[in-house]
Design a binder for this molecule. Structure first.
Ligand SMILES: Cc1ncc(COP(=O)(O)O)c(C=O)c1O
Length: 405
């Protein structure tokens, strides 16, 4: 048989993040010792009281279909959380529970984008977004941010990209991969652009609790006009170390949430009933388990920034949120070693993997080809070992003359 695949699926690029994860698994199974700085998930276990709620759900028989949009109780728990943490008022009908925040972003895009629409996307960005946008038939329009400004968003630059085809602005705050955190003034200015040009805002706030400094508001909380056009996305993966439970959610204007529910009804139906039940317990947490995790991440972040900046030829902007650090490795491009030459960030990542077993994500995945991304969602001891290995591996490289300065 000729396995002809659809044009739609053939247009998708392979997901570098998933490929890398698979490669690490395979290498580990073959006995290779690796330090994985590519992981996008907390190294902490799901807090025990939340895990118990999951067990209770199974024992009590909460194991059947639920409403597609999620149970009323978990949607109410999301509303209570939004009020408590984000000063946002929504009713349960304006909330949808999804299979991870990823599905919420995909459903939101599918609900609002038409063929040839444009979605403004600040870069570097999470690797899933460009393909998710393209999959709807719309086009991502990249808005560059500068490492010299710690990847903060230049609002004028964003505004200059608006055309008659622009449908939405897709924001991640705090940002994966850059760790940038947009402040209230910048968020308000972005909101005003959306209001002026009648655009949607998709605000992915999955890292909201992981901010090392002043907490930032939800963009939807900044004015009623902004709220009326904003779909806020969040989930339990990062804040409660629940990546495998696959529970995310979105809140926003009723017609959009209804459309997202229709899409969900034809694809995955409800997210796991057990995950939803445990989410009610998780969402009641006013931040105690999150606080401990954030404290550890902050220690590791400070350590990693300090060390990376002390390694010859590497530099990194300050990262104030999430658990990632972008490292400019471009001064190593053109460097030679016994087996080859490092031409780009993919080669650089491969060199570290082959030579010293440190796994990092090449910046191409984030539209940042001069960079690699390091995740510090791993123990300080592992980070210390990784830094020593990176330092040793790079000392073996001969840098090009012009990059030595
Ligand atoms: C910006 C961003 N949004 C969404 C997600 C997906 O989260 P979930 O596990 O809830 O699908 C990730 C995961 O890496 C992310 O970095």
């Amino acid at each position: 048989m000729n396995y002809q695949l659809s044009d739609r699926v053939r247009a998708l690029n392979p997901y570098i993040g998933a490929e890398l994860r698979d490669k690490v698994e395979t290498l580990r199974r073959s006995g290779r010792k690796l330090i994985a700085l590519n992981v996008g998930e907390p190294d902490f276990p799901t807090p025990v009281h939340i895990a118990h709620a999951g067990i209770e759900a199974i024992i009590k028989g909460v194991t059947k279909y639920t409403p597609v949009q999620g149970t009323h109780d978990v949607r109410q728990a999301v509303c209570d959380k939004l009020k408590r943490d984000n000063s946002l008022s929504y009713g349960p009908e304006e909330v949808i529970i999804t299979t991870g925040a990823k599905q919420a972003v995909a459903n939101a895009l599918l609900s609002i984008c038409n063929e040839d629409d444009e979605v403004l996307l600040p870069i570097p960005c999470w690797g899933s977004y460009p393909e998710m946008i393209a999959h709807t038939g719309a086009r991502p329009v990249f808005v560059e941010t500068d490492p010299e400004q710690d990847f903060g968003l230049n609002v004028e630059r964003l505004g200059s990209k608006v055309t008659s085809k622009t449908r939405a602005i897709l924001l991640t705050n705090p940002n994966n991969p850059t760790g940038a955190v947009l402040d209230r003034e910048t968020l308000f200015a972005i909101g005003m652009i959306a209001v002026r040009h009648d655009l949607y805002i998709i605000a992915d706030e999955i890292y909201e609790h992981l901010v090392y400094g002043e907490k930032v508001p939800s963009i939807a909380a900044l004015s009623e006009e902004i709220k009326a056009r904003t779909i806020t996305i969040n989930g339990l993966s990062k804040a409660y170390a629940m990546t495998g439970w696959r529970i995310g959610y979105a809140c926003g204007p009723l017609p959009v949430i209804r459309a997202m529910t229709v899409i969900q009804s034809y694809t995955t139906s409800n997210p796991s009933s057990i995950g939803q039940y445990a989410a009610i317990t998780a969402l009641k947490d006013e931040g105690d388990s999150v606080k401990e995790m954030t404290k550890s991440f902050d220690e590791r972040r400070q350590y990693l920034i300090r060390e990376i900046q002390s390694i010859r030829g590497l530099s990194c902007p300050n990262a104030r949120g999430a658990f990632y650090l972008m490292v400019d490795v471009s001064r190593y491009f053109g460097s030679v070693y016994e087996e080859g030459t490092i031409a780009d960030s993919k080669d650089f990542a491969e060199y570290l993997l082959d030579q010293v077993g440190v796994v990092v994500t090449p910046g191409d995945m984030f539209q940042a080809p001069r960079f690699i991304r390091l995740s510090y969602a791993t123990s300080l001891a592992q980070l210390q070992e990784a830094v020593a290995l990176i330092r040793a591996a790079l000392s073996l490289l001969k840098m090009r003359e012009e990059n030595l300065k």
